[in-house]
Write a protein that binds this ligand. Structure first.
Ligand SMILES: Cc1cc2nc3c(=O)[nH]c(=O)nc-3n(C[C@H](O)[C@H](O)[C@H](O)COP(=O)(O)OP(=O)(O)OC[C@H]3O[C@@H](n4cnc5c(N)ncnc54)[C@H](O)[C@@H]3O)c2cc1C
Length: 437
């Protein structure tokens, strides 16, 4: 690898070309509102905006600044579906409910698209398409899933042959693929900041540097304590991702915190433009996944590596650079400009936590590695539930709050990730992948 010191100050590459962001106040006075939302990421901002659009008063409390968590650190793939596979969803809830859930997941994608369009959101640079490709050998499961989704669920999805994949990704590793033309990618920071502006436009009052420290959910008016003031609200929405341990331990215990790592290469010029002509997001699947796309014209942003604790992102620079080189040996040893990590909570069942868990206490959480469409649809469902008494959110009630196993659960999941990585390396060697470790 070329000698090049990556920037690793906790900020993502996306924090650099960012649209201007306003300073928002701390909460310093007691407040009475209809709804108090805790957490200012994709989940909290969407539900707050949707409640305010329906005419109710909303205060949103953010412990740090808007989107200081996973929502500013992701790779910006806006995809239909869920973290859980469609086969396992059908197995658990049956075909009819699985179809309902899939339709909601697609609605989430459209919500993001409409929000960008309706608010003329600056700097989001949407690029169409998501291509999931098989690594090392043909994967019949991708074709099977594409057929199921298009024939039974009416989804817009295509099976791609190895030749079709090879025409847009010049990689010796890839075989067949599954293509979602209506998925797209966004600039994560500009989207979430645009969403915050849209929420404020709808009337949401956002207070930054205002952690919710306590919650008394009893009674008609819930009480939320912050360092220097108190909020009273008829309804509370918990949207703090992995940060809710102090407020609601049971909810926090139902999430496995998973950290993943992202790098951005230096500009790679024509070499990259020739290797990758696909402009949307790409996920290459095997035992371990990498997700990548072109950004800034001729850089590659690539995520991979999962740990159940927060490791130093710099430790993942060599590994992700090697993953890129294995996929595209013609790029040579790529230098990395930025590296960062993000943590997000994943429930054991890999489905989001959406709904009312006690009278007037709602949850929009547990989005794992797929937060755009799921948090968007949750925002609409929960707002309709709060304001209109609509019960469509119950489509998710088959997926309860399940204990994630505490430290034992984390260790077991880490061992599973390591075994996936090991099998991935084994296949790289077995299949003579270039630069195999
Ligand atoms: C590296 C990486 C790549 C990803 N790529 C994608 C992708 O391409 N596509 C996709 O769909 N998803 C992706 N995801 C997942 C996605 O980013 C998350 O699912 C989503 O951002 C979760 O949003 P959130 O609002 O629930 O959480 P967050 O964005 O983490 O927001 C939670 C907020 O709540 C605040 N908070 C916590 N506790 C309190 C409290 N007590 N009081 C006040 N505020 C509090 C935090 O400060 C934080 O700002 C990725 C995630 C990572 C880490």
């Amino acid at each position: 690898m070329q000698a090049h010191k990556p920037i690793s100050d906790g900020h993502s590459w996306y924090a650099e070309p960012m649209a201007p962001v306003p300073e928002r106040p701390r909460l310093t006075f007691d407040l009475d509102v209809d709804v108090c939302v805790i957490g200012g990421g994709l989940a909290g901002l969407t539900v707050a905006r949707e409640v305010a659009r329906r005419g109710w008063s909303v205060a949103l409390l953010e412990a740090q600044t808007v989107a200081s968590g996973a929502s500013r650190r992701n790779v910006g793939f806006v995809l239909p579906g869920f973290l859980e596979t469609i086969d396992r969803i059908i197995e658990r809830v049956g075909m009819d409910q699985a179809k309902e859930l899939w339709t909601l997941s697609e609605r989430g994608v459209e919500y993001v698209r409409e929000t960008i369009r309706d608010t003329n959101m600056p700097g989001v640079t949407p690029a169409d398409g998501w291509l999931q490709v098989a690594k090392f050998r043909h994967d019949p499961a991708l074709n099977k899933t594409a057929t199921l989704l298009s024939e039974q669920f009416g989804a817009q999805v295509e099976s791609w042959s190895a030749e079709q994949v090879g025409a847009v990704l010049k990689s010796p590793l890839y075989r067949n693929g599954m293509h979602f033309p209506r998925a797209f990618t966004v600039h994560p920071v500009n989207y979430v900041q645009g969403l915050a502006a849209a929420a404020e436009q709808a009337g949401v009052r956002i207070f930054e540097h205002t952690p919710a420290l306590s919650l008394d959910p009893a009674g008609i008016r819930k009480r939320i304590g912050t360092p220097s003031a108190r909020v009273r609200a008829a309804q509370v929405v918990l949207a703090g991702n992995t940060g809710l341990e102090g407020l609601m331990p049971r909810l926090a215990a139902s999430l496995l915190p998973v950290t993943s790592y992202v790098v951005t290469t230096v500009p790679l010029g024509d070499k990259l433009r020739e290797a990758v002509t696909y402009q949307g997001g790409v996920s290459d699947t095997d035992f371990m996944d990498n997700h990548y796309r072109i950004t800034g014209g001729d850089r590659l942003v690539c995520s991979g590596g999962l740990t159940t604790w927060q490791s130093d992102p710099k430790r993942f620079v060599r590994r992700l650079a090697r993953d890129i080189r294995r996929a595209f040996p013609q790029l040579g040893s790529v230098a990395i400009d930025h590296v960062w990590s993000g943590t997000t909570g994943s429930p054991v069942h890999k489905m989001p936590q959406i709904g009312e868990i006690a009278p007037g206490v709602w949850v929009s959480n547990g989005y794992g590695g797929q937060g755009y469409n799921t948090s968007a649809v949750a925002g609409e469902l929960i707002a309709a539930g709060i304001v209109e008494g609509d019960e469509s959110w119950r489509a998710f009630s088959s997926y309860d709050l399940v204990w994630a196993g505490g430290k034992t659960g984390r260790s077991a999941m880490q061992v599973y990730y390591w075994s996936c990585r090991f099998r991935d390396r084994f296949h790289a060697v077995f299949n003579n992948a270039p630069d195999a470790p």
